[in-house]
Design a protein around this ligand. Sequence first.
Ligand code: ADP
Length: 446
Amino acid sequence: HLPQLVPKKETISLLSDEEKEDTISKAELSLLAKISRTKLVTTKAEIEIQRQDPFSPLHSVKSFEALKLKPNLLKGVYEMGFNAPSKIQETALPILLADPPQNLIAQSQSGTGKTAAFVLAMLSRIIPQLNYPQVLCLSPTYELAVQTGEVAAKMGSFCDDIQIRFAVRGEDLPRGTKLTEHIVIGTPGKVLDWSLKYKFFDISKITVFVLDEADVMIATQGHQDQSFRIRRLLNEGACQIMFFSATYDDEVMEFARAIVPNPIVIRLKREEESLDNIKQHYVLCETEDDKYNAIANIYGGITVGQVMIFCQTRRIAAWLCEKMTRDGHAVALLSGDLTVESRIQVLDRFREGKEKVLITTNVLARGIDVEQVTIVVNFDLPVAEKGRADCETYLHRIGRTGRFGKRGLAINLVNRREANTVLKQIQDHFGKKINLLNTDDYDEVE
Ligand code: ADP
């Protein structure tokens, strides 16, 4: 059975302070990206592979049939609407399903098919006649564990004999319980309790160990240590270890190397975002009211597509939303204080075009994909420490537009001082001119 998604009670302290920069945890952002995603993220980048034994056979598959899956599992894959393996799956699946099993570290951006790949491997390794946990999957949070469980339940919908158990908060069992389910999906703390403290199941009998969302995992206090403790309880010689991450920084790779012995490492680089087909402009505004007027002009002057507006704080975002709504514009507001459910509702409505403008804060620049956005407005420029330009965030924000080969437009609202400092830094960083926009004449931008 699947536990219900319950809203989390605790909030991060910064959320109550509207003047501070909006915040949202890595886990929440990952969940938002996951739930709000409608399809596979494709990329033209090539897979990179590193392995210790360059002579070990390695092949990729172009079809799910080529994997020789159990018929009911293949049926489940097609039931999910998958026609062919994604780029990362082409290489990951043969490794994950190999006999003898091979350990894998895989990194690719969110949405490229990692979860589907390891869920398929988990399901295919189960021996249903053995009524004890054989697969253990660690997720950083309750909600992410439930997401993975839902994929497993769906993909395994024709494998009636496979059962899943969630080891997450709220799931409590009487002492002396012995789990009979084949798959345990849970958070590190609860998994340790269930195995080490209460002996509900025997970790040394696990034959497939999955560590998902490793980058989110290490961002959570204590999870890394708990993961190591669980790892030490595995019977290394008899257990296949799979490690997944959306990012590839040194910290994640260090964690990966410490968890996974003799891995094959595969990596799919994020497609470079570029500013090539984005026209960048700035408008001089000394006050927030000036900025408001500039936006009202943009709104009035531009007829096609949708607009995303990025603000630095929740206060400004809320103020702008209220003012635009009062003036009769259909705008939506997405900030860190909304529940996951409301964020998804807001995004869905925007995607359907019910609102033309989405006002949001810094923190939500990542993970949101809306194809029809043609204009990005920086109500405030992204700045990092010491007031310097945060060029990476800038690229990320305005990369929301000009995607899929379309032309995009970025408009920065800045005062004179910013024009000479932060904006100039951005211009120099990318080596691309940002032109002054004459607000009386928006024809030039269309
Ligand atoms: P990740 O774990 O890398 O974030 P997911 O496995 O969650 O990626 O996949 C992202 C989205 O793409 C999901 O909606 C999933 O159902 C879909 N998807 C995954 N693999 C395929 C495939 N081979 N064909 C079509 N869609 C797929």
